[in-house]
Write a new protein. Sequence first.
Length: 175
Amino acid sequence: MKSIIIKNVLMVLVALFSLHVSAQLPSQLPFNYNGLKYEIKNGREAALVSGNGIARVTIAASVEYNGKQYPVTSIKGKAFENSDVISVIIPNSVKSIGEQAFWCCENLTYVSIPNSVTSIGGAAFHGCSSLTSVTIPNSVTSIGSSAFYECTSLTSITIPESVTSIGDCVFTGCI
């Protein structure tokens, strides 16, 4: 009898603790902030998850969610996939650009990559056929496979010595 009571008390305590923890952590579901969709990661930072529908994008350095500010530290994979984005300004808070983040953004002509970015994911700018020039900052250490694949208008790119890892086919199909 005592063991059943103890077991029930423990189950109630675990349930209450779970509710308390989940109430303290922000939702992982995407939310809108200035026309872009973000999600909270680790309860401490935000990631841009979607930017479709906006032509000229300036990503916020931080976003407010439920009355709290979160720094935007990443652009998730496929965030702008096949969108009509023309230009993107990335803030100094962003550390990584995810795989296929700008996949086939054929109208993208300008992207500002800040010194905070350390990695550019695979196929991040694959098929951005209007992109003519890219300057990769000294903070970047890795560029994923096919990152600039089929960027057919790309005529100028600066790669700093800080880049120690470059994937396969990064510039295949570029002029």
